[in-house]
Design a protein around this ligand. Structure first.
Ligand code: ADP
Ligand code: MG
Ligand code: ZN
Length: 482
């Protein structure tokens, strides 16, 4: 029997406001434990929440970018549960009237563009952080994070493979980055993803029992956890065993998922309307105002890059997947409008490789290798000042040091030798030192030519202008006097 996979993702986005969602405490990361707290986020009796208007504005921005309809009524609910990181014993969230619903996000798949439905996106407050140290007999609680604004974006179960889930996350992150609403930093927890996955026999309409996987700390981790659990579910099904609905934890060291608990149901949480936050109407004027501030989003930019600069879908997708990259590309194009494909190639291949080798984000690379430096370097290659091969080395140094490619080429004496006389001298020296090869060549062994070019390159440490060298060496060999 063949099985197909059904995946739905729940992504928690930390919205980058200065203060928390229901109080004025700072959201700054890394402050001393419990220093960013007040009676509201500590859950002290009688303290009342007030909605941070900026949180709502940012959430509406995301809702519109994800093609969702925005709820006309802003309503909050209490989700009740007990845990030491939740001082009020309930979390303020949105239950039956989420801020956003019925949107979609497009991903690139091998079969073309695919729309993944966004079921809903709702606001909620984050819980605190527990620190467990196995060497100690107690755990520590840091409540700086309680009340940090979160937007939970819930997809429809329409993702059919781990790779698609990965693409969904990449594209969602790009949109959030373009909107400038979140740091999108998975290490600091500003982006967290739970993955739901089930399998069903091919062709079956109804969905199988879903497993919810938590505790992934990277997009690659989400993909790996899904791959692992799909295999696990299929082998259970093949043995005729039942797949139980449960929550599992991803263990990234062992690359396995481990059962944590059987899945709780919504009614376990005893949701009820938050009496301390009265529902209110969101004015159409506000939503329209926010709509007008939306920037060009990744998909639109990709389409424009394809048509305006004749880039392939692949090149354009890579460039727009990081806003810093897209901006850099357009900066470079402004200086040198004739070379979009060359600029894109350098960015996608060499600069990206150098960035990941040095563990830098594109934004950090961009500070060192300014866009005009890249343009100048391409000009240096075109004019024969440096070879493409040497340019690759120069690029690495430029990214490390922040120096301009021209400066580096001068300093390291890497400027290509393009003087006819100098090259002719090298050619004649090489011929004099390799009489046998010269004789072979004249007798028709054409491979000898490649050997002689190689020798000349060795002498010049790869700096001879290859075109010129070929031409001059050929001329000298024709002369027949060496
Ligand atoms: P719950 O009430 O258990 O949280 P939801 O309906 O809110 O369930 O869905 C949570 C997430 O799980 C969504 O992203 C949804 O797409 C996904 N999902 C729901 N059913 C399945 C299923 N059978 N297989 C895979 N994913 C599913
Ligand atoms: Mg849910
Ligand atoms: Zn507070």
């Amino acid at each position: 029997m063949k099985y197909e996979t059904v995946i739905g993702l729940e992504v928690h986005v930390q919205l980058a406001t200065k203060s928390k969602i229901f109080c004025g405490c700072s959201t700054e990361f890394g402050a001393p434990p419990n220093s960013h707290t007040c009676p509201v986020c500590l859950g002290l009796p009688g303290a009342l929440p007030v909605l941070n208007e900026e949180v709502m504005n940012l959430a509406i921005k995301v809702a519109l970018a994800l093609n969702c309809s925005v709820s006309k009524i802003m309503k909050f609910d209490r989700k009740n549960y007990y845990y030491p990181d939740l001082p009020k014993n309930f979390q303020i969230s949105q239950y039956d009237m989420p801020l956003a619903s019925d949107g979609y996000l497009e991903i690139e798949t091998s079969g073309g563009l695919k729309k993944i439905g966004v079921k809903r996106a709702h606001l909620e407050e984050d819980a605190g952080k527990l620190i467990h140290d196995e060497a100690k007999r107690f755990s520590l609680v840091d409540l700086n994070r309680t009340g940090i604004p979160l937007l939970e974006v819930v997809s429809e179960p329409e993702i059919s493979a781990p790779e698609e889930a990965y693409q969904y996350l990449i594209n969602l992150k790009a949109i959030l980055q373009y909107l400038d609403v979140s740091d999108c930093n998975m290490e600091e927890g500003s982006l967290r993803c739970d993955a739901n996955v089930s399998i069903r026999p091919e062709g079956q309409k109804s969905l199988g029992n879903k497993v919810e996987i938590k505790n992934m700390n990277s997009f690659k981790g989400v993909k790996a956890a899904l791959e692992y659990d799909i295999d696990r579910q299929i082998s259970l099904a093949e043995k005729g065993e039942r797949i139980s609905q449960e929550t599992r934890l991803w263990n990234s060291q062992k690359s396995v998922t481990i059962s944590m608990r059987s899945k709780e149901e919504a009614h376990d949480y005893r949701y009820f309307p938050e009496p301390d936050l009265v529902p209110f109407e969101v004015e159409k004027k506000r939503i329209d105002g926010i709509k007008n501030t939306l920037p060009e989003l990744p998909n639109a930019k990709r389409e424009r890059f394809q048509s305006e600069y004749q880039l392939s879908v692949y090149d354009a997708s890579v460039l727009v997947s990081d806003k810093n990259m897209a901006d850099y590309f357009e900066e470079a194009i402004k200086i040198d409008p004739k070379n979009p494909k060359t600029i894109a190639n350098w960015m996608i291949n060499d600069i990206s490789a150098a960035a990941s080798a040095t563990n830098l984000s594109f934004n950090e690379v961009r500070i060192k290798l300014k866009s005009r430096y890249l343009v100048n370097m391409i000009k240096m290659i075109d004019s024969g000042l440096i070879s493409g091969k040497i340019a690759k080395d120069i690029l690495k140094v430029a990214i490390e040091t922040g120096k301009s490619p021209y400066e580096i080429a001068k300093e390291k004496n890497l400027v290509q030798i393009s003087g006819e006389d100098e090259i002719r001298k090298v050619a004649r020296d090489v011929m004099a030192g390799n009489k046998k090869s010269v004789a072979d060549y004249r007798e028709g062994k054409k491979q000898s030519f490649t050997f002689l070019v190689g020798q000349a390159m060795k002498v010049t440490k790869g700096k001879a202008n290859p075109k010129l060298l070929n031409k001059i060496l050929e001329e000298e060999l024709q002369k027949g006097d060496a």
